[in-house]
Design a protein around this ligand. Sequence first.
Ligand SMILES: Nc1ncnc2c1ncn2[C@@H]1O[C@H](COP(=O)(O)OP(=O)(O)OP(=O)(O)O)[C@@H](O)[C@H]1O
Ligand SMILES: [Mg+2]
Length: 355
Amino acid sequence: MIVLENVCKDFDTEGGCFHALRGVSLSIRKGCVYGIIGRSGAGKSTLVRTINLLERPTSGRVTVAGVDLSALSPAELRRARRGIGMIFQGFNLLESRSVAGNVAFPLELAGWDAARIAGRVDELLELVGLGGKRDAYPAQLSGGQKQRVGIARALAPEPKILLCDEATSALDPQTTREVLELLRDINRELGLTVVLITHEMAVIKEICEEVAVLDAGRVAESGAVFKVFTVPQSPVTRELVASVMTRDIPQHFAALDFLQEPEEGCGLLLRVSFLGDTAAEPIISGVVRRFGVDVNILYGAIDHIQGVPYGTLVVELSGNGNRDAAMEYLRNLNLGLEVIGYVRRNLGASVAGVV
Ligand SMILES: Nc1ncnc2c1ncn2[C@@H]1O[C@H](COP(=O)(O)OP(=O)(O)OP(=O)(O)O)[C@@H](O)[C@H]1O
Ligand SMILES: [Mg+2]
């Protein structure tokens, strides 16, 4: 649906040329809710603005529904942009127009006749739950209601794509939840592709299917939210998801005596992640039985991503069994597996001593 190929965007600044996007390639499936995350200044807004060519790439290509946007004439581009709605943190409503007038605005620009506009506006206000507010003015609305107007206005020309740049950042948590539910309903009912930038990781975790992590104008990693959040590959992703994923090693482990190199008789500390309804117990007993290693469970937690349970166990492997084969076995079970480090033995006792 949306394909970015090696997109670069340079800005001329007083200090010289600034590379805001440095070769971004992404593919966003039709009907997907796609998240874009990254630190402030990573290039998220710039990236999203290239999708409707509000920002023209310095090089690279943006293709939407098979059409290379940069090859279009100004008139063709205007038409193509009607297929791409956008909502913002600041709502950008016209204060002098009523709710209905705001929603009607893009349709007036597109040359719809009055009767058709009136019908469409009513339909949209029902869709976003503002049927009773059609004659109110923006100043009389709450933040959540304003964003609903923004959504109705963005959806008015029947776009196939909705770009959301920090659309819930000005809202309180409850209102954020309501607006997200609305976006998800719209995504499901209308089959709309939603691209969502947010610094709220809980939002991504809740409604996005896929996510891209931007770091200084590059894609650090991308893929299914499930995967990226549970087994983050890059330091920036680890840092970003830390707030919503219980990934940290419990504090008392930090005090342990970690070794640079494995030494005779040391313990191996592993973080094992379980997705879905995989049961931990048979896996642990399987490792003990098959490979003769001792498994000491040090920490366990269960979290949820989009309703699917996700468990983390921190275990220590020790004893004289075949540790490498045990690791290989765990890896083949398709579990998330991460080596935390080697520690001096009798970990259980020393942890108990620290707690
Ligand atoms: N028109 C411009 N001229 C010069 N530099 C720009 C321009 N637009 C963006 N930049 C720079 O490009 C970088 C990326 O900006 P962008 O707005 O895309 O970041 P962002 O990831 O959306 O950040 P935030 O989370 O703070 O919104 C920033 O360093 C910004 O200063
Ligand atoms: Mg931004």
